[in-house]
Design a binder for this molecule. Structure first.
Ligand code: CA
Length: 232
């Protein structure tokens, strides 16, 4: 589920988008004008903006430029809704950092596929340029693929890093073995969930003094402590 902001002045298109995005499980905010859309985005950062280019007040291109230039809206993806044949708008839009475009009239199915693809991509990217994080004795620089415990670097395999980062990002929330298999190994849950246990065990050993941050939830799976004091 993502928070999606629709900025579109045509009521029927706005309603179609709002309805279908909600049906797809997303949280949707709507604005009819560019300035109002930017105000909403600043109140609560959307994961994705569906942006009409022909708006009554300011141009969609200006909205795009503002979003992409705003440090608080870093990580917000933009899909432009352009009129057929407006090649120039598309080119300028991409130069301004738009992530994709959909030409009107569009099929809802195609639009939803684009939305999913852009969300996947942008979520991956925002993790990649995340700055290093510190959690108690542990420090993770996911972008640089490095981790330290009490200042000493610990060598992690790509898989261990992915497991650690996935757990860390969902700290305080229990992750079942099946979920971890899905999200870290990208394997179907029929795969042996003991794989997860083996890797968590090895990860904990490598983390040493910080290993307790990865808690076992008996009968369910694992949970990264919600704060460093929780580790035991
Ligand atoms: Ca319009």
């Amino acid at each position: 589920m993502a928070h999606i902001l629709v900025i579109e002045d045509e009521a029927d298109i706005r309603q179609v988008l709002e309805y279908n995005l909600r049906q797809a499980g997303h949280e949707v905010s709507v604005a009819e004008r560019g300035e109002a859309g930017l105000a909403l985005a600043r109140q609560r950062r959307p994961d994705l903006v569906l942006l009409d280019l022909m708006l009554p007040d300011i141009s969609g291109l200006d909205v795009c430029r503002t979003i992409k230039g705003d440090s608080h809206l870093r990580g917000t993806a933009v899909i432009m809704l352009t009129a057929r044949g407006s090649e120039i708008d598309r080119v300028v839009g991409f130069e301004l950092g738009a992530d994709d475009y959909v030409t009107k009239p569009f099929s809802v199915r195609e639009l939803l596929l684009r939305v999913q693809a852009v969300l996947r991509r942008s979520q991956g990217r925002s993790e990649d340029d995340a700055s290093p994080v510190s959690f108690g004795r542990l420090r993770i620089d996911h972008g640089a693929h490095r981790a330290w415990v009490d200042g000493t670097e610990i060598p992690l395999t790509a898989l261990e890093m992915k497991l650690l980062w996935t757990l860390y990002q969902r700290r305080g929330r229990v992750q079942s073995r099946g979920t971890l298999l899905d999200d870290v190994w990208e394997a179907s849950p029929e795969n042996n969930t003991r794989t997860v246990d083996t890797h968590v065990k090895r990860l904990r050993e490598k983390l040493g003094a910080a290993g307790d941050y990865v808690e076992t939830v008996r009968g369910v799976g694992y949970r990264f402590a919600s704060d460093p004091g929780d580790g035991r």
